[in-house]
Each structure stands twice: as structure tokens, then as C-alpha cells.
Design a protein around this ligand. Structure first.
Ligand code: GLU
Length: 508
């Protein structure tokens, strides 16, 4: 196995290197997960590095969202920008690229000395023009080396030192040999170097480009394996040229398959939520997400679907990662979450459900209706009734609200259904009320017996009476089983609801 053979060479070190440009999406975190599992499966280390060199695309709060996403799922990095105390952990920091500019400068200077980086002073207008000409002639878009041809090295350095705005470009030597990447997942992938532009290494704001910083850091941080999304495959030839220019050994690369929607197009907002934290908000369990995301491009066999974290660590290997796109099936995710929820103990479910129920109404919770704190013993009894019926924790708000609300919402309820006339309903509910009032011990069996006897006495089919009562206590056509529900609701709440309906229909 790949991991095993390489482990003997050097301890596995992988990195997750997100750019803080927005809330991390499923694809980003799947990359983080695969890195994490690979590190754990090989007794290696996972490094978190924040690639924040693109000042224009930095977005407020993105770093925090990256950290929360990883922490929520228990993807604990070994080295990175923060340790538990909030400091930097590890010997290879800083782990924010924006704090490593001196390091990039030193390395850029080395390549200037060896003639592999050169200053370019061309204006963006000139470059635009050049691009248009390339396009018109149907040529690959390439810089024409104007500055290299018209200015000698001494002049270029002099101009740069005098403050002339410039960038640093990498000099791509023309060569006959193809650039070949031996990708762990994709085997040999090759590119013609003659089609590669003299790409930018350092931008005019002094920050490195992704390519330059990424290679310098992967080398300096002793990264042995780069596991990243397929979209970065096309950057690899430039990275390999940089490794070659520095005289460094390139790490092993594995480009992970794309994530697709069920229509086989690239997963996007069109298919549903793609931001990972949306799933937390909806009440997906972290263990479901880990299990589900592990299967986005990896499988142990063609049947096993449920994996605990430890089982994943035991069985994860790159040779089972697929080349072809991985389908993200939202229905399957919900189904899997339902199964994980059903497997929780009631105490566990209780603790996990509280943050959802205690959210504000706007966030999908009950906070605006229920006085805090929610009575845990009461909630516990409710959860026993609804655990089987939910797929995500956010469904609990609707499911449990009938137990918490003082006033049931009867809007839209058609009382005269199922052969009930208003007069029948009235007289039946009056009997129900008086029977309920006379119950001393509000036990499940007593409630059931009382209602069954009453149905007989009233000469109504039991099912009809129960259906009416369900509507009375919930305002909804379906709910958890009636007797258990009444039992949990308690005598007082139940009687209040019957009274409320009597007064509504009395007024009609
Ligand atoms: N900063 C890149 C990203 O946002 C990292 C790509 C790589 O892993 O090389 O995904």
C-alpha cells in the first residue's frame, strides 16, 4: 500500500491548506477529512495552513468558519495556527502565509539570482492587449517576455529597487521533455512545458501567488503527501517546475475526485447547501458528516456504508480512492443521519437537541415561544416519542412544538371532516373533557381505557374519536402515537386544549 511503503521513508506529514475566501464548502472539508484520515491511518501529522496571500479575496470571518468546521467534525490538526490555548502549535510556523512574507522573499531572491525569476514591469493594459492578440491568433495565452528581452538583469533590478511597480515571473525554460506528475490516484499525468506561461510568482503587492507560496511552504513544512482536490491538478506542472528550480524533491501528490450532484454536474448551490456549517445548522450529526464525506470518493467495498471514525482510520487508504467524480446524494445524507439519530441514547439526543430547540425562532428554534430553560425531564419523554421520526435535528422544532406551545395553531383545520358535524364534535368533546377531568392518575393504560370505553358509549368508531382528538391536541393530521402523546402532555395541557377547541367551535 502506498501509505505503508512511504512511511518507511519518512513520517507522513500532510496539510490542509484552505484559502479564507468564504465559508468552507463540502469539497474543502472532504479534502481536510481525507488528509486527516490518511495522517491518522499512517501515524502521521496533519498540518493546517491558512493560505491568505490573496488580499483581494480574503473574507471576513472565513478563518473562524474554517476552524469551527474542523472542530465541529473533530478533525483535529496536529500543527497549525492555533493550539488549544490559542497560540501557534508546531515547529514550522507561522501557519498563516501572510505572516511568512520574509520567507518567500528570501526564496524569490534565490531564484532571481539563478535567473529563474525575473522582474516584469508591463502594465495591465499591455498584458490585456497581449492576451487579446493571443486569443485572436488562437495561440495559448503566454507572456511575450517583453521585459526579459528589452531590459537586462541589472536594469530590471535597478528599476525594481527604485520603486517601479512590478511582478516577478517564473522563467519557464523550453524543453522537449514533458512534465510528468506521477499522481497516486491518477498515475502519470503529463503536460507540454512549451504551453506553460511564465507565471507570476510574486505579485505587485509583494505577496506571493498561490503557486509560489504553496511550494515553498510544502517544502519547508516537510510535507510528504499533498492530497488536494482535482481542480488543482492543472497547477501541478507549475509546482513541479518550481520544485525543480529550487532543487527540491517534490512531495507525493494525490488529486481527489470532484464532487458532483446527482445530475453528475459539479456540486453547486443549485443542488442544495454546499457550505459545511449549514449542515450543522440543519442538525446533521458530525459523525454522519464524517461517514458520509469519507464515502465521497473512497469506499472499502461495494456494500459497507456505516463507518465509525475508528473504522475509517483502520481502513482508509489512498488506493481505494476513485478517479471518477463522487456523487453527493442529499437524500442519502438525510437517510444516514436518521439512522445515526436512531442509534443515539436518549440522553445523548437530549444534549444534542437542546441547542437546536433553544435557538431563536428565526434560526429555527423554539426560544421565542418557550420559557428557557427547557424542562429536560419533559423533553426527554418527548424525545422518546419522536426519535424514530426525524432525520435531522432541526426537525425537532416542529415535532416538539406541539408539546411546548401554550396555544395550538388551529388555522386551516377543517373540523367537519370524517363525518363529524359541529354538534357531534361538541358533545363528544364535552364527554371527553369530563372523563379526562375525572381521571386521577394520568397513566397511559388509564387514558387508553377511558377513551376506548368512551368511544363505545358514544357509539363512535374508536379510530374516528382518536383522529378527532389528535386534531384537538396538535392541530395536525399526523403526530406521534395518540395515547403516549396525551400521557406526555399531561392532564392539564390536554384538558386546556379540549377546552380551547370547544370554545372555538362554540363561537362558530
Ligand atoms: N489554498 C488552496 C485551496 O484553497 C490549496 C490548494 C492546495 O491544496 O494546494 O484549496
Amino acid at each position: 500500500m502506498v501509505g505503508e511503503s512511504l512511511q518507511s521513508i519518512s513520517p507522513v506529514r500532510v496539510r490542509f491548506a484552505p484559502s479564507p475566501t468564504g465559508s468552507p464548502h463540502i469539497g474543502n472539508i472532504r479534502t481536510a477529512l481525507f488528509n486527516f484520515l490518511f495522517a491518522r491511518a499512517n501515524n502521521g501529522k496533519m498540518i493546517l495552513r491558512i493560505e491568505d496571500t490573496d488580499q483581494g479575496r480574503k473574507s471576513e470571518g472565513a478563518v473562524e468558519e474554517i476552524l469551527s468546521s474542523l472542530q465541529w467534525l473533530g478533525i483535529n490538526w496536529d500543527e497549525g495556527p492555533y493550539d488549544e490555548a490559542g497560540g501557534s502549535a508546531g515547529d514550522y510556523g507561522p501557519y498563516f502565509q501572510s505572516q511568512r512574507l520574509d520567507i518567500y522573499n528570501i526564496h524569490a531572491n534565490n531564484l532571481i539570482d539563478s535567473g529563474l525569476l525575473y522582474h516584469c514591469f508591463c502594465s495591465s493594459e499591455r498584458l490585456d492587449q497581449l492576451r487579446k492578440e493571443n486569443q485572436l491568433l488562437k495561440q495559448p495565452i503566454k507572456y511575450d517576455r517583453h521585459c526579459l528581452k528589452t531590459l537586462d538583469k541589472q536594469k530590471r533590478v535597478q528599476l525594481a529597487e527604485s520603486g517601479q511597480p512590478h511582478i516577478l515571473r517564473f522563467y519557464v525554460r523550453s524543453q522537449n521533455e514533458l512534465i510528468v506528475l506521477n499522481d497516486i490516484i491518477r498515475n502519470d499525468v503529463s503536460w507540454d512545458p512549451n504551453l506553460i506561461d511564465d507565471f507570476i510568482a510574486i505579485k505587485s503587492d509583494g505577496f506571493p501567488t498561490y503557486h509560489f507560496a504553496n511550494v515553498v511552504d510544502d517544502h519547508l513544512m516537510n510535507i510528504t503527501h499533498v492530497l488536494r482536490a482535482e481542480e488543482w491538478l492543472s497547477s501541478s506542472p507549475r509546482h513541479l517546475l518550481l520544485y525543480q528550480a529550487f532543487g527540491w524533491k517534490a512531495p507525493n501528490f494525490a488529486h481527489l475526485p470532484m464532487i458532483l450532484g446527482t445530475d453528475r454536474s459539479k456540486l453547486s448551490k443549485r443542488h442544495g447547501s454546499t457550505a459545511l456549517l449549514e449542515y450543522r445548522k440543519k442538525g446533521l450529526l458530525p459523525e454522519t458528516m464524517i461517514n458520509f464525506m469519507a464515502l465521497l470518493g473512497w469506499a472499502l467495498d461495494d456494500k459497507t456504508e456505516f463507518f465509525s471514525y475508528h473504522e475509517l482510520v483502520d481502513s482508509f487508504s489512498l488506493d481505494r480512492v476513485t478517479k471518477s467524480g463522487a456523487i453527493f446524494d442529499f437524500d442519502k445524507l438525510n437517510w444516514m443521519n436518521g439512522a445515526y439519530i436512531r442509534a443515539l441514547s436518549i440522553d445523548d439526543l437530549l444534549e444534542r437537541s437542546l441547542p437546536y430547540l433553544e435557538r431563536t425562532f428565526i434560526d429555527g428554534g423554539l426560544h421565542d415561544d418557550v420559557k428557557r430553560p427547557i424542562d429536560k425531564e419533559y423533553l426527554r419523554q418527548i424525545l422518546v416519542l419522536v426519535q424514530e421520526r426525524i432525520k435531522t435535528l432541526d426537525e425537532l422544532t416542529y415535532m416538539t412544538s406541539i408539546f411546548f406551545l401554550d396555544i395550538v395553531d388551529y388555522e386551516g383545520v377543517e373540523w367537519e371532516q370524517n363525518q363529524w358535524t359541529i354538534d357531534d364534535i361538541k358533545s363528544s368533546l364535552e364527554s371527553v373533557l369530563s372523563e379526562f377531568r375525572s381521571i386521577n392518575s394520568w397513566e397511559l393504560g388509564v387514558i387508553e381505557k377511558t377513551l376506548r370505553t368512551l368511544a363505545e358509549n358514544l357509539d363512535v368508531k374508536a379510530g374516528r374519536l382518536f383522529g378527532l382528538l389528535r386534531l384537538v391536541v396538535t392541530g395536525r393530521p399526523s403526530s406521534p402515537p395518540l395515547f403516549q402523546m396525551l400521557h406526555v402532555l399531561g392532564k392539564k395541557r390536554t384538558c386546556n386544549r379540549v377546552e380551547a377547541v370547544l370554545s372555538i367551535i362554540g363561537a362558530e
